[in-house]
Design a protein around this ligand. Structure first.
Ligand code: ADP
Ligand code: ZN
Length: 212
């Protein structure tokens, strides 16, 4: 199964992507994680990306398209994959089409802006990729990752001002992808729920319909 996850920043793409990856045994490719990895390593890519990310803007299409091309050509992606955070603009979607990649389903996780803002202000993340929320998905021990025991931190771009910009960018550049994929007849939507497990149930139900 070749799948794209769409949704506002903080809609829960990363969380659901992990569940799908486990159930269907396909790798998840998260452009945001890849870019943050590059920033941490201090590579040239990371240096370029950081300015855009901290401003809540999209990293230029050529850069992310190049990253995706490399990943999709690997053996691990042969039997399918989940794209989490790509494409994020019409030109990126067109670049994916131009690669000859045939996507089975584009799943949009819908969450209203006011909920997004509440979620991001409580988000805490771990370097291992795990993600928590102080109220909705608290770790067993406050401030500590359940999975690896490391200390949790707030993502640099989760500050209120950057969140507002990321939402603006989402509505202007990413949301039009819904119409783009609807026209291709491969768009499915689910309403993001308060409980992660409830959203996962809706996500699995939507994917089962596609695979039926
Ligand atoms: P979120 O979906 O919560 O905003 P991500 O980790 O997916 O978080 O993305 C964080 C940032 O990384 C984005 O705000 C953007 O600057 C950059 N980014 C991630 N994916 C892309 C992409 N496909 N194109 C351009 N920029 C991207
Ligand atoms: Zn961890």
């Amino acid at each position: 199964m070749k799948l794209i996850l769409l949704g506002a920043p903080g809609a829960g793409k990363g969380t659901q992507s992990a569940k799908i990856s486990e159930k269907y045994n396909i790798p998840a490719i998260a452009t945001g994680d890849i870019l943050r990895g590059a920033i941490k390593e201090g590579t040239e890519l990371g240096l370029t990306a950081k300015g855009y990310m901290d401003a809540g803007k999209l990293v230029p299409d050529e850069i992310v398209v190049g990253i995706i091309k490399d990943y999709l050509s690997t053996e691990a992606c042969k039997n399918g994959f989940i794209l989490d955070g790509f494409p994020r603009s019409i030109p990126q979607a067109e670049a994916l089409d131009a690669m000859g990649v045939k996507i089975d389903v584009v799943l949009s996780i819908e969450v209203p802006d006011d909920k997004i803002i509440a979620r991001m202000s409580g988000r805490r993340v771990c370097h291992c990729g795990a993600s928590y929320h102080v109220d909705y998905i608290p770790p067993k021990v406050e401030g500590i990752c359940d999975k690896c025991g490391a200390e949790l931190y707030i993502r640099a771009d989760d500050c209120a001002e950057t969140v507002a910009n990321r939402l603006k960018t989402f509505h202007a550049q990413t949301e039009p992808l819904k119409t783009y994929y609807e026209a291709k007849g491969i768009l499915a939507t689910v309403e993001g729920q308060e409980e992660v497990a409830d959203t996962t149930a809706l996500v699995f139900a939507a994917l089962d319909r596609v695979n039926a």
